[in-house]
Each structure stands twice: as C-alpha cells, then as structure tokens.
Write a protein that binds this ligand. Structure first.
Ligand SMILES: Cc1ncc(COP(=O)(O)O)c(C=O)c1O
Length: 382
C-alpha cells in the first residue's frame, strides 16, 4: 500500500474507511465483567449509576434509562397523552422514530419543513402547521445541532402543546450555552453504536419532573408500581428496560465523554479544512452564539448538479463508506401508503435530502484517512 502524505493519498491507493466506529476499550470490558460476576444482570445498581452519571453529564435532575431512543420517544408520547385524533408536528428530515413514536399512540404525524442551513424544524413552518388537533411538537436536534428550542417552546406555550425534544443525536450539544436536556423540555438520547456514546442499544429520557420520572420508570417496567411487588402492575406498561450489561458499557462511555466529544470536534474541523475548497459543496453549518453542535455525523450537501449515486459508487470503489442521510420520512413507502404523503409537501427538506451525504466519521478517524476521503470526494465530483 502506498503511503499517504499530508496532501492526500496517491490515486492507486485503496483503503477501507468505515462510516462509523465506536470507541470501546479495557474500561468497558472491566465494567461489563464486574456486572457479569455480580449476577445482577437486570434492574441492578449499574443502571442507577448510569442514570446518575447521565443526569450529571446533561445537567438534568432526573434520567430514566430505556432500551432504545425509540422506546424513550414512545414513552414521552404516552406521557403526553397522545392518542387517536391528535396530531404531532415533527421534522421530515430525521430518523423515522421521531414520527413513529406518535403513530404508536394512534396519533397522526404532521411534517413541517426545515431550515435549509440547520436542517432543523423551522419554527414558522411548525407554527403554520398547528391545527385544533395538534397536541405535541417533536423537535429533533438533527446531526447534533440543537433545534430552535426557545421559539418552539413559545409556540407550544401559545397553543397549549407538549414539546418533546428528540436529542438522540445530540448528547453534549449546547443551546444558549447550556447542555441540551438541562433546561427542559423532556429529552431523549440514544446509544446505537454510531452515536457519540454507545451501549449497543439503549436510550435515556431526561426530565425535570420527579413525578414524570417515576411514571417513566414504571412504564418502562411493565407498569409496575413504585415499591410494589414484581407481579403488581399499576398501569399498562412496556418492557423498555435497559439491562445492567449495557448500563455498564454506558458508564465507561460517560467516563470518557469529554474526550469523545473533543475528538469528534477535531475530526469535524479537519474535514472543514480539507473540504472547504471544493466548489459548491455544502458543509455542515457552523456553531453560532446560541447553537453549539455535538458532532454525531459529518454530512455534506453535494453540489446541486452532482450525481449523488455516481459519487457514492465512486467512493465505494475506493473503499469509502457513505450513507444517504437522510431520506425524508414523509416519502418513505409506508408513510405514502398510510397517509397519502407526496413530494412537494416539504420542499426544503426534500431538496436537501436529495443532496446530503454522510462521510466516514468517528472519534478516532485518523488524519490520513480523512485526507483520503477528501481526495476521493474531490475526484468523484470532477
Ligand atoms: C433523530 C433520532 N431519533 C430517534 C432515534 C432512535 O434511536 P434508537 O435507534 O436508539 O431507537 C435515532 C437513532 O438513530 C435518531 O437518530
């Protein structure tokens, strides 16, 4: 294999550059072994510890760990009292779970368009979508960039709506200088292996209400009552528990959260440098005074005239993995069939969705691999 210089890799070189990769080491192994040896595989102390550390990291008073981000979003929709006849406004430019959570409760998702710069829900579009049936807004911090929390909160207050924050991609992001989750509303974080921290599968709901926290813990545990017996069920619940093995992994991940976030930021900054000169390539929007991104993925917007499938194929032929982040939710086949959604409903999201592409991104992506990715992308676009 030819060596690469700081200017990039030679054309004949072929590397394999993975889209994402979790950072796990001896510390997670040690913590997992501890749980295995303890025999407390579920409902044990590792979960309590993980929740305490998570609440501390986010600056929220209460955290309830669950089996996935999707489970957390579903529980918040249940707590909000969403049901048949209700509408929940959300972003079309997101992962399907941020809309599905409302459907699970019998409510109808309503998609409002996004801002082309941040790719987050446009508050004006969200307000224009409010009807007499609207009960909630599910706001997403897409790609770790915090949503327009205060304007959305005002809209919810004005119309008597519940605000749910889908922060599944945004652990460590700051809004107006404070961590997402620290000032409310209730927020959900997710830990699939491509996320900032992973537990394999898993999620956490943060809340500022002790009563809501207790309800979430009951709902995730088959509706068991606080302090009640194993076979006493106070309400209809779910098995949305996380287990202690996964919580142990999460503890190890939280111990190095600051290092993970700093490394991801420097990888993103290196991409900014490497890609800045490519004509008409849109880079992720930079932080501003109110919004500080936690880097989840590095997504570029290809030039409008570019053939995205050709670019993907070229990168693949050079061993560079990419992903079509993100298809519009309302245009997924099950959404079209169920609700009759069509192109043209959210023109900004649809246009961005056709152009955007996730490049390999993780905390320990090395500089030579990034230079190789940048060279391959430049070559694909000529
Ligand atoms: C924005 C968003 N919402 C919700 C989820 C769902 O999380 P999970 O995969 O843990 O169910 C994800 C995860 O991919 C996500 O990115």
């Amino acid at each position: 294999m030819a060596s690469s210089s700081s200017l990039g890799a030679s054309p004949q070189e072929l590397r394999l550059v993975a889209l994402s990769s979790p950072w796990l080491d001896e510390r997670e192994e040690e913590l997992v072994v501890e749980v295995l040896r303890s025999g407390r595989l579920s409902l044990g102390p590792a979960i309590d510890r993980f929740e305490e550390l998570f609440a501390e990291a986010v600056g929220a008073p209460y955290a309830a760990a669950v089996s996935s981000g999707t489970a957390g979003l579903h529980l918040l929709c249940r707590v909000a009292g969403l049901g048949p006849g209700d509408e929940a406004i959300t972003s079309p430019y997101s992962f399907v779970a941020s809309a599905n959570c409302a459907i699970y409760e019998g409510a109808t998702p309503v998609f409002a368009d996004v801002d082309s710069r941040t790719l987050n829900l446009d508050p004006a579009a969200a307000e224009a979508a409010v009807t007499d049936q609207t009960k909630a807004i599910v706001a997403v911090d897409i790609f770790g960039y915090p949503c327009e929390l205060d304007p959305l909160r005002e809209i919810c207050d004005r119309h008597g709506l519940v605000l749910i924050q889908d922060s599944c991609e945004a652990l460590g992001a700051l809004y107006k200088g404070e961590p997402v989750g620290s000032r409310g509303p209730s927020a959900v974080f997710a830990f699939y292996p491509n996320k900032q921290i992973t537990t394999g599968e898993g999620g956490v709901v943060t809340t500022h209400s002790e009563a809501e926290w207790r309800l979430l813990k009951s709902l995730r545990n088959q509706g068991r009552a606080d302090g009640g017996g194993w076979l006493d069920h106070a309400r209809l619940g779910f098995n949305y528990r996380i287990d202690d093995v996964r919580a142990a992994i999460g503890i190890g991940q939280l111990e190095k959260l600051d290092r993970i976030l700093a490394l991801r930021r420097s990888v993103a900054e290196r991409y900014d440098e490497l890609l800045r000169g490519i004509t008409d390539l849109g880079l992720p929007c930079p932080d501003d005074r109110d919004h500080h991104r936690s880097w989840f993925v590095y997504v570029v917007a290809l030039p409008e005239e570019a053939d995205r499938e050709g670019v993907i194929a070229h990168l693949e032929s050079r061993g560079v993995q990419t992903a079509r982040y993100l298809p519009c939710i309302h245009l997924q086949s099950y959404m079209r069939e169920r609700y009759g959604f069509r192109e043209g409903m959210c023109p900004v999201a649809e246009a961005m969705s056709r152009r955007t592409l996730a490049l390999p991104f993780h905390a320990r992506l090395d500089a030579a691999d990034q230079a190789y990715v940048a060279d391959a992308l430049r070559a694909a676009l000529v």
